[in-house]
Design a binder for this molecule. Structure first.
Ligand code: FCB
Length: 411
């Protein structure tokens, strides 16, 4: 159960969910628990402490976002030097701790001036983003060689323009969904060329998106409507999005694929049978579904999607996110080790997997759910204004995995 030499073991976060003190479309958003992200984990001021926690965890990599709204006050503006210096300091501290950074350039948030102009439904976002990326990469290229342009464009466009859960809260605008995806795919293509050009003979720059992969199935195999619903979701959120970013000539715009994998959604009478959609716990139990506080767990699915991606694209893969939210740490431990065992199997069968990032380092602001979903390896006490962090039992399991580069002794 050894992983390849040089495997990256990390944790993942995003700006809006942990930093606090941000001015983007989430600033005024009130989540289902009545809370907002204005302070979040205050990582903005505590990143040095959080890097110390990462060292204690034994990770050798960290996937995190750089917040565009901090760096540019208007289209094509020069980068804000004070905010840039803060991210440079974060990167230098990671380096001193021996932690390889993977930087995410877009994770569900935009500067206010992009939103005011219609967000990514407006093709003007493409040139603005590419300008930002060009300026940022020119400064950071000696410190960063792993770049994620877009995190889960599928989730972003779906929640913002189909389900209405994320700002700007549009529902069933399938045309806008498609337009957002197409614009982001064009931005990825152009940004990726810039990033790859910045590479040198001694250090290649690696770039890819992070694609969320959810399996959509019908609970009853012979229910035609549920099968149709599952197929429509698969077609729209998996197939269409993967083709837009990686199909045909676009494949060469990525040097790797980032895969965010959590599990499966099964439909029963048109209803998504998962806790995140409000399906009652007793029903899920009755059907025999194993779920965390969000979706159904489906570790064997990780093997299936790995086989598909390997066969279709022949690109290296980073598992840019996997994790579970639950108060039951034994459950989370089983979930992690089950998924890692499947991943190990994929590697043995020939998949080129380069790293794994646990979502998340800290309990944080989980978008529309606020602070109610606990994905952290570390807890944060949000009732105490000092926001103290604490290792959870799962952190010890993950630490062993990271330090031994193996899941054998952690079982
Ligand atoms: C992913 C998101 C991440 C977090 C986890 C639980 O879809 O990329 O920000 O919400 O799910």
């Amino acid at each position: 159960m050894k992983f390849p030499d040089g495997f990256l073991w990390g944790t993942a976060t995003s700006t809006t969910q942990i930093e606090g003190h941000i001015d983007n479309e989430w600033t005024d958003f009130v989540a289902q628990d009545g809370c907002n992200c204005r302070i979040a984990c205050d990582h903005y001021h505590r990143y040095a402490e959080d890097i110390e926690w990462m060292s204690k965890l034994g990770v050798n990599s960290y996937r995190f976002g750089i917040e565009w709204s901090r760096l540019q006050s208007e289209p094509f503006a020069p980068l804000n030097q004070a905010e840039l210096a803060r991210y440079v300091d974060l990167l230098d501290r990671l380096k001193a701790a021996g932690i390889t950074p993977m930087v995410v350039l877009h994770h569900f948030s935009n500067p206010p001036w992009i939103n005011a102009a219609g967000g990514w439904t407006n093709s003007a976002a493409i040139a603005a983003f590419v300008d930002y990326v060009g300026k940022l990469v020119a400064v950071l290229k000696d410190r960063v060689h792993l770049w994620n342009t877009f995190n889960e464009p599928d989730t972003y466009a779906c929640l913002a323009y189909v389900m209405g859960g994320y700002p700007p809260h549009r529902k069933w605008r399938l045309g806008q969904f498609r337009r957002v995806i197409k614009h982001m795919a064009r931005a990825h293509e152009q940004a990726s060329h810039i990033i790859q050009r910045e590479g040198s003979s001694s250090r290649r720059q690696e770039v890819g998106i992070a694609k969320n992969w959810t399996f959509f199935h019908a609970y009853k195999r012979f229910s035609p409507w549920d099968r149709l619903t599952a197929f429509a979701c698969h077609y729209t959120f998996n197939k269409f999005v993967l083709n837009a970013f990686l199909g045909g000539r676009r494949r060469k715009d990525s040097t790797f694929i980032g895969l965010n994998y959590y599990g499966r959604v099964r439909f029963h009478h048109f209803r998504a049978m998962i806790p995140a959609s409000g399906a009652p716990e007793h029903r899920l139990k009755e059907y025999g579904f194993v779920c965390d506080d969000m979706v159904e767990r489906y570790p064997e699915g990780l093997g299936k999607i790995m086989a598909y991606l390997t066969h279709r694209f022949h690109l290296p893969v980073y598992i840019t996110e996997h994790g579970s939210a639950s108060a039951d740490e034994e459950f989370r431990k089983r979930d992690l080790l089950n998924n890692l065992a499947v991943l190990q199997g994929s590697i043995t069968s020939g998949a080129d997997v380069r790293g794994f990032y646990y979502w998340s380092l800290l309990d944080n602001f989980e978008w529309q759910f606020g602070y109610s979903k606990k994905f952290g390896l570390l807890s944060v006490d949000f009732s105490d204004e000092r926001l103290p962090r604490r290792m959870k039992p799962l952190a010890e399991t993950y630490r062993k995995v990271c330090l031994e580069n193996s899941i054998f002794h952690s079982r």
